[in-house]
Design a protein around this ligand. Structure first.
Ligand SMILES: Cc1ncc(COP(=O)(O)O)c(C=O)c1O
Length: 387
């Protein structure tokens, strides 16, 4: 074996299961991808114009490390009006390079080597990796189909040890589309309080919910003081390429996050920060428009899978469905690989998202209605072939 110059920490990271399928799909023609985790919509026009304008006005310099004060003020106003939670834009908000960076900062700022982080899974592929990179130990707590993949507070409680430092949750959830009810989140908040834990709550899909109201974790009684709330623009406003997210938390946390951010990233892209201000100011009708279309596709795909005998619970958030494929007799990985090779439809095996995902596949409906119809036709053919 070749000697490796990589640190043990980096060498131990598993390659993302998602990437492997994208690489195979990229070599094929006529692939319908239900594997994508980003909106198929372009960024709404006024937001785009604001970004261009920023460049025309010569905004080509660094901003303050924590981000433009105008954006932090707008985020604070947004959280206040949407969830009734108050954050001081002066020292309780940091603008980051997407929620990805915010996750990295949060983990790096709070974890010492060996600290455990309890993570309900299946979850976004970065959670375990960010904890490992920060020297921590991810402790996966699988959620269940029977509970519509909501986190189970009793299981979370059982996973807590004297080394536990934090709980990391993400609802609406990638990959399942699950949301967590106020009652469940209150129970999680209670566990955190009893054990003096930090809660990192990734709420990047907060606006993408269907027929339910999103519950902001830090707005729950007493939760604010121990919560690092993460939010973003990538999904709600179709701004993945702009790379803007944020963390909101009590000042001590934000000071820690800013310390790591100033030495690694300096500041998030300036013109994108200006565009993000516009998103919060004028984006609402566009969010509603995209939401209506996602909802139409959500109904199509969920009904379609259930009709084919691939049990799918009704996802109430994000833009993913999570059908059970184990009835076909194939593992999720074999199902995904054969479906891609034989019918040119890309989905992601559930196991890529951690424990509890085995036997399921993630299907994104951030692709057109017509593409989803065609994907369902191909999947039907595929399932018939395998009985
Ligand atoms: C749950 C979740 N959190 C965070 C991210 C990262 O988003 P970004 O870095 O674009 O803000 C993603 C992207 O897929 C996600 O699904």
């Amino acid at each position: 074996m070749q000697p490796t110059y990589l640190s043990k920490r980096v060498a131990s990271l598993r390659p993302s299961g998602i990437r492997k399928f994208f690489d195979i799909a990229a070599t094929m023609k006529d692939v319908i991808s239900l594997g994508i985790g980003e909106p198929d919509f372009a960024t709404p026009k006024p937001i785009m114009e604001a970004g261009k304008n920023s460049l025309n006005l010569g905004e080509t310099h660094y901003t303050s490390n924590a981000g433009k004060i105008e954006l932090r003020e707008t985020i604070a106003g947004h959280l206040q009006t949407t969830y009734g939670i108050t954050y001081d834009p002066g020292n309780e908000i940091i603008v980051t390079v997407g929620v990805s960076e915010a996750l990295y900062l949060a983990c790096t700022a709070i974890l010492d080597p060996g600290d455990e982080v309890v993570i309900p899974t299946p979850c976004f592929v970065s959670y375990q990796a960010e904890v490992l990179l920060a020297g921590g130990v991810p402790v996966e707590v699988p959620s269940r189909y029977e509970n519509q993949f909501a986190p189970d507070p009793a299981d979370i409680k059982k996973a807590i040890t004297p080394r536990t430092k934090a709980i990391l949750i993400g609802y609406p959830n990638n990959p399942t589309g699950a949301v967590a009810s106020r009652q469940i989140l209150l129970e999680v908040a209670h566990i955190a309080e009893e054990n003096d834990l930090v809660v990192i709550s990734d709420e990047i899909y907060d606006r993408l919910v269907y027929g339910v109201k999103h519950v902001c974790f830090s707005a729950l009684a007493d939760a604010r003081k121990r919560t690092i709330l993460l939010g973003g623009f990538s999904k709600d406003y179709a701004m993945t390429g702009w790379r803007i997210g944020y963390a909101a938390a009590p000042a001590e946390f934000i000071q820690g996050l800013v310390r790591v951010h100033q030495y690694t990233v300096m500041s998030a892209p300036t013109m994108a920060q200006t565009a993000a201000v516009e998103a919060l100011k004028v984006g609402e009708p566009y969010v509603q428009e995209m939401l209506t279309e996602y909802d139409r596709r959500r109904k199509l795909i969920v009904t379609g899978f259930n009709r084919l005998g691939l049990d799918t619970f009704e996802p109430r958030g994000a833009f993913y469905a999570f059908p059970r494929v184990s009835k076909t007799g194939m593992s999720d990985e074999v199902f995904a690989e054969r479906l891609l090779n034989e019918e040119h439809v890309a989905v992601v095996p559930g196991i890529s998202f951690g424990a509890g995902g085995e036997g399921f596949v993630r299907c994104s409906y951030a692709t057109s209605y017509e593409m989803i119809e065609e994907a369902l036709r191909r999947i039907e053919k595929f399932c018939r072939r395998y009985g």
